[in-house]
Design a protein around this ligand. Structure first.
Ligand code: X2X
Length: 354
């Protein structure tokens, strides 16, 4: 009886100290675009698993792959997350760039790629002042950001030929995400870009509606793009981070304790995802990091693996890259004027580690 009274007292005291909180949902929906088997998907799943384990199941996040929650319309994800139709997301900067113009920064052609160490440059942005400014830009539009993960540097694949010069681009129909900057860039470089959802892309490649697509190796390899596209241009033209994020109302409904757990889990999962996105491409820390976690993926040497599945990988000389960059320059100049402060800060952040 004494014990019961003590418990009751604790409940009353603790109850009085904690403001009334909305009940937790039985499931929180997390949106991603590609399959679970990608680095992107693995990182998102790891986040959900960490949160479930560390909250003793209080916060049950379910990952919905293949853009199920947006019925394929990946560029609607930001609006749906903001209005609460989606609770959590791990989303590419590209898919949010129609709503948050500053996120186009990562898709500026060769902006990150032209740095001496492209991965260090990326980390300098996401971990630096410009990354904080971008986070603020997203939050002002109504979505809470938990961490930056990574989809990766985007390489171009096609079914027709090796590409060395803009001339080789002529007439190639390239699927791009529904983002104006991608359409502008590919047009300027001489290709024929077609905006399309990722969910429709495999069929389009299969039926020859498009000749090619651009995505990180980690994202296109699991869905076997190499069965339709033999050629890959390894030019690292642009990169996209992912943003681990949550609807602000959902966020506020969590206890302080759970918020701390969720934020920490997002940071760890984002790092895991980034390692998976880079392993075999940037062999430094990613390999050691994943080995230590006992989570090395099957493929740890992408160039060997792409050759094994029959892809011809083309790398450009600096002069050849410069020819593409020169054509894309007017596009970069035009888009720079839409968010010059963040561009300047990102350039400074990258220069500091160059
Ligand atoms: O649609 C794409 O190309 C993908 C999967 O990379 C994104 O969602 C940005």
């Amino acid at each position: 009886m004494k014990k019961f009274a003590a418990v009751l007292l604790t409940v009353l005291v603790v109850g009085a100290a904690v403001p009334a909180m909305a009940a937790y949902k039985s499931e929180y929906k997390l949106d991603i675009v590609p399959s679970i088997t990608t680095a992107w998907g693995q990182g998102a799943q790891y986040f959900a698993d960490l949160v479930r384990a560390r909250t003793d199941g209080r916060v049950n996040i379910k990952v919905y792959p293949n853009a199920q929650l947006t019925t394929g319309k990946q560029t609607n994800a930001f609006m749906m997350l903001r209005n609460g139709a989606i609770d959590f997301a791990c989303q590419s900067s590209i898919n949010w760039s129609p709503q948050v113009v500053e996120l186009n920064l990562f898709a500026m052609p060769f902006f990150v790629a032209e740095q001496p160490d492209r991965y260090a440059a990326m980390d300098a942005i996401t971990g630096g002042k410009s990354g904080a400014m971008l986070k603020t830009a997203v939050e002002l539009k109504g979505v809470k950001v938990l961490a930056y993960g990574e989809n990766g540097f985007r390489e171009l694949t096609n079914s027709k030929r090796e590409i060395h010069t803009p001339e080789d681009f002529k007439g190639l129909k390239i699927r791009v995400v529904g983002s104006k900057l991608f359409l502008d860039t590919y047009k300027a470089m001489g290709a024929n870009p077609i905006a399309m959802n990722w969910s429709d892309t495999m069929t389009a490649l299969q039926q020859g509606v498009v000749d090619g697509q651009e995505n990180p190796i980690n994202t296109f390899y699991p869905v076997k793009v190499y069965e339709y596209n033999k050629y890959m241009l390894d030019w690292h033209c642009v990169i996209d981070p992912t943003l681990f994020s949550v609807n602000p109302g959902v966020w506020k409904s969590f206890s302080k304790e759970d918020q701390i757990i969720i934020e920490e889990a997002a940071k760890e999962a984002a790092k895991f995802q980034t390692a998976l996105a880079r392993i075999g491409l940037d062999d430094g820390w990613a390999y050691d990091y994943l080995a230590k976690m006992n989570k090395l993926p099957e493929v740890t040497d992408w160039y060997k693996e792409l050759a094994r599945v029959g892809m011809v990988v083309t790398q450009l000389t600096p002069e050849q890259t410069a020819a593409f960059a020169a054509l894309a320059k007017p596009v970069r100049d035009e888009w720079y004027s839409k968010f010059p402060q963040i561009m300047d800060q990102a350039a400074a952040d990258m220069a500091a580690v160059a």
